[in-house]
Design a protein around this ligand. Sequence first.
Ligand code: PLP
Length: 457
Amino acid sequence: MTYQNYSLAQLRQADAAHHLHPFTDHKDLRAAGSRIVSRADGPFVYDMDGNEILDGMAGLWCVNVGYGRDELAEAAFEQMRELPYYNSFFRCSTPTPVLLAKKLAEIAPDGLNQVFYGSSGSEANDTALRLVRHYWALEGRPEKNRVISRDWAYHGSTIAGTSLGGMAAMHHQLHGAVPNIVHVMPPYAYELAEAGESDEQFGLRAARALEEAILEAGPDTVAAFIGEPVMGAGGVKIPPASYWPEIQRICRKYDVLLMLDEVITGYGRTGAWFAAQSMGIEPDTITTAKALTSGYQPLSALLVGDRIATALVEKGGEFFHGYTYSGHPVACAVALKNLEIIEREGLIERVRDETGPYLGQALREKLGDHDLVGEVRGFGLLAAVEIVKDKKTKTRFDPVGRAAGLVRDHAIANGLMMRAVNDTMILSPPLIWTKETIDMACERIAKALDLARRDLQ
Ligand code: PLP
């Protein structure tokens, strides 16, 4: 029986009665009812109230090739018919994860030639945490097990993901974090740069917070630093150009592994396969998920550098870790086809040369002067708009989050799906957006800003 046999009211009622949603205030949800999205095509999603909404978030930062790709459905169908599932434990393999791993080694930054699969970004970060600690233990240095992360980082929602992340609200509900994870300041110049401090100086200062933390803990106790090249869920916080080279230098100096979380930035979003390549970072691991399949199947891939992989192979014995769905043949078949589409359609080049630069420029030109806009920033197809009460002093509206929440609600009502993190508006659209789609989005945001300003008066 398909959903078409149910009315929208019946679905909403069943949703409220039986479905606990992620990151949701359930009392609110029950009072307001959910928006039920039932189909999508190209850059648009359609809800059951009859609205067509331009999806400025690519689902949840993942639908890079856009919706309605029959080729991906066919890849899944064919694989399901041939072999819907088999495991990759106990020296078994199936063809599609093998071919995908080979492809990922080709497109990854140099020196990352091995892949460990999971189904989600959170799982991949759990794997990454276990792997870096295991690595140092194999090297005979088990005390080198601390991991340094940043406030505002988002690394997923499992206990390890939450512990690695730097979201205060999530930590409050954790009731016992994974030990030996510490957090330093994020490279968020808009709020944290001091008066008169240049972007470059701020980037260096933010990076040196890592060095201070390493020295405080003792370099012999620090296994790794983890960071998103551009912080996503924390509010599209784009680091100054001086930040990552300094982080890299510090990691090398103290022999601290560098773990990049590219769950959002991977697979084209920054105008290269990986932001590591856009930004010249040379990591030891890269966590990827989401756009690996453009969200058409759950799949994550932890890309592992040769240093760690060699120790694992040569000194490791059995690595007691893995998931039933590690290397799921259907998810891997979809990922292979998805990467083929990204390549065939030149989506990465389009972001790098055309839509990436244009998104930032258009948002700045069309919205930068609005009274509510404190800053516009963009990197590839990631962008943020800071909502403020006073542009000069950067004062926010009270309570935090109300103003951006209003802008978001008006944007959605005017046909643009956006997200608000506190008072930062966020865009992370599918890579199929054109300059015209960007113009359409800007018009809708401008209208939402005007309506929010009216509500805030
Ligand atoms: N890491 C980053 C940077 C993310 O943005 C996310 C999800 O948004 C995750 C990890 C967790 O991925 P998942 O929700 O697939 O577990």
